[in-house]
Design a protein around this ligand. Structure first.
Ligand code: ZN
Ligand code: ZN
Length: 136
Protein backbone atom coordinates (compact mmCIF):
# COMPACT_ATOMS: atom_id res chain seq x y z
CA UNK A 1 0.00 0.00 0.00
CA UNK A 2 1.44 3.30 -1.14
CA UNK A 3 1.15 6.42 1.02
CA UNK A 4 -0.49 8.60 -1.63
CA UNK A 5 -0.43 11.77 0.46
CA UNK A 6 3.30 11.44 1.03
CA UNK A 7 3.94 10.56 -2.62
CA UNK A 8 2.08 13.68 -3.76
CA UNK A 9 3.84 15.86 -1.20
CA UNK A 10 7.24 14.56 -2.32
CA UNK A 11 6.37 15.78 -5.82
CA UNK A 12 5.18 19.21 -4.66
CA UNK A 13 1.50 18.42 -5.12
CA UNK A 14 -1.33 18.90 -2.68
CA UNK A 15 -2.97 15.67 -1.58
CA UNK A 16 -6.45 16.44 -2.86
CA UNK A 17 -9.31 14.02 -2.64
CA UNK A 18 -9.45 13.63 -6.45
CA UNK A 19 -5.75 12.80 -6.75
CA UNK A 20 -5.94 10.26 -3.92
CA UNK A 21 -8.89 8.59 -5.64
CA UNK A 22 -7.10 8.45 -8.99
CA UNK A 23 -3.94 6.99 -7.44
CA UNK A 24 -5.95 4.35 -5.63
CA UNK A 25 -7.51 3.18 -8.91
CA UNK A 26 -4.17 3.18 -10.74
CA UNK A 27 -2.52 1.15 -7.98
CA UNK A 28 -5.35 -1.36 -8.09
CA UNK A 29 -4.92 -1.99 -11.84
CA UNK A 30 -1.19 -1.37 -12.26
CA UNK A 31 -1.46 0.17 -15.71
CA UNK A 32 -4.67 1.83 -16.80
CA UNK A 33 -6.02 4.30 -19.39
CA UNK A 34 -7.66 7.60 -18.42
CA UNK A 35 -11.15 6.56 -19.57
CA UNK A 36 -11.00 3.41 -17.45
CA UNK A 37 -9.84 5.43 -14.44
CA UNK A 38 -12.77 7.76 -14.99
CA UNK A 39 -15.22 4.87 -15.20
CA UNK A 40 -13.98 3.43 -11.91
CA UNK A 41 -13.74 6.74 -10.02
CA UNK A 42 -17.12 8.01 -11.23
CA UNK A 43 -18.75 4.85 -9.96
CA UNK A 44 -17.89 5.98 -6.43
CA UNK A 45 -18.02 9.75 -6.96
CA UNK A 46 -20.27 10.70 -9.83
CA UNK A 47 -19.46 14.38 -9.34
CA UNK A 48 -15.96 14.00 -10.78
CA UNK A 49 -15.79 14.89 -14.47
CA UNK A 50 -13.55 13.33 -17.08
CA UNK A 51 -11.96 16.76 -17.61
CA UNK A 52 -11.00 17.00 -13.93
CA UNK A 53 -9.50 13.54 -13.94
CA UNK A 54 -7.66 14.23 -17.18
CA UNK A 55 -6.23 17.49 -15.80
CA UNK A 56 -5.04 15.80 -12.62
CA UNK A 57 -3.43 12.92 -14.49
CA UNK A 58 -1.55 15.28 -16.82
CA UNK A 59 -0.33 17.28 -13.83
CA UNK A 60 0.74 14.20 -11.86
CA UNK A 61 2.57 12.93 -14.95
CA UNK A 62 4.39 16.25 -15.36
CA UNK A 63 5.38 16.19 -11.69
CA UNK A 64 6.68 12.63 -11.91
CA UNK A 65 4.07 10.89 -9.75
CA UNK A 66 2.77 8.99 -12.78
CA UNK A 67 4.42 7.56 -15.87
CA UNK A 68 2.66 7.55 -19.22
CA UNK A 69 3.03 4.37 -21.26
CA UNK A 70 2.29 4.92 -24.94
CA UNK A 71 0.54 1.99 -26.61
CA UNK A 72 0.44 1.62 -30.37
CA UNK A 73 -3.09 2.06 -31.74
CA UNK A 74 -4.57 2.58 -28.29
CA UNK A 75 -4.89 5.17 -25.55
CA UNK A 76 -1.87 5.56 -23.28
CA UNK A 77 -1.90 3.83 -19.94
CA UNK A 78 -0.62 5.31 -16.69
CA UNK A 79 1.18 3.83 -13.73
CA UNK A 80 2.44 5.11 -10.40
CA UNK A 81 6.17 5.75 -10.41
CA UNK A 82 8.19 2.74 -9.27
CA UNK A 83 11.65 1.24 -9.61
CA UNK A 84 12.91 1.23 -13.15
CA UNK A 85 11.53 -1.61 -15.25
CA UNK A 86 10.81 -2.71 -18.80
CA UNK A 87 7.30 -2.99 -20.20
CA UNK A 88 6.12 -5.95 -22.26
CA UNK A 89 3.10 -4.58 -24.10
CA UNK A 90 0.64 -6.84 -25.89
CA UNK A 91 -0.61 -5.17 -29.07
CA UNK A 92 -3.55 -7.60 -29.20
CA UNK A 93 -5.16 -7.07 -25.79
CA UNK A 94 -3.28 -4.03 -24.50
CA UNK A 95 -1.97 -5.81 -21.41
CA UNK A 96 1.13 -4.22 -19.93
CA UNK A 97 3.49 -6.49 -18.00
CA UNK A 98 6.23 -5.12 -15.73
CA UNK A 99 9.64 -6.72 -15.93
CA UNK A 100 12.15 -5.56 -13.37
CA UNK A 101 15.64 -5.03 -14.72
CA UNK A 102 18.45 -7.33 -13.75
CA UNK A 103 22.01 -7.67 -15.03
CA UNK A 104 20.87 -9.85 -17.93
CA UNK A 105 18.06 -7.61 -19.13
CA UNK A 106 19.56 -4.18 -18.45
CA UNK A 107 20.15 -2.15 -21.57
CA UNK A 108 23.07 0.24 -21.32
CA UNK A 109 21.10 3.32 -22.33
CA UNK A 110 23.68 5.59 -20.71
CA UNK A 111 26.28 4.25 -23.09
CA UNK A 112 23.92 4.64 -26.05
CA UNK A 113 23.24 8.24 -25.06
CA UNK A 114 26.91 8.98 -24.47
CA UNK A 115 28.04 7.69 -27.85
CA UNK A 116 25.43 9.96 -29.47
CA UNK A 117 26.37 13.00 -27.33
CA UNK A 118 22.80 12.91 -26.13
CA UNK A 119 21.99 14.33 -22.72
CA UNK A 120 19.78 11.69 -21.13
CA UNK A 121 17.07 12.87 -18.75
CA UNK A 122 14.49 10.15 -18.75
CA UNK A 123 14.15 6.68 -20.19
CA UNK A 124 11.42 4.16 -20.70
CA UNK A 125 11.90 0.82 -22.42
CA UNK A 126 8.79 -0.71 -23.99
CA UNK A 127 8.74 -4.00 -25.89
CA UNK A 128 5.70 -4.50 -28.12
CA UNK A 129 4.44 -7.91 -29.14
CA UNK A 130 1.91 -10.58 -28.28
CA UNK A 131 1.35 -11.88 -24.77
CA UNK A 132 1.29 -15.51 -23.75
CA UNK A 133 -2.51 -15.53 -23.56
CA UNK A 134 -3.04 -13.97 -27.01
CA UNK A 135 -0.62 -16.37 -28.71
CA UNK A 136 -2.77 -19.38 -27.99
ZN1 ZN B 1 -2.49 -10.12 -25.08
ZN1 ZN C 1 5.05 -0.58 -15.42
Amino acid sequence: MIDYALLLKEHQLKATFQRMQILEVIEKYGHIAIEAIYEEVSRIHSSLSLATIYKNIVLMTQKGVLTEIPIIGEKSKYEIIKDEHIHLICTECGTVIDKMLDDDTAIDTEKVAKTSSFSLEHRQVNLYGTCDHCQS
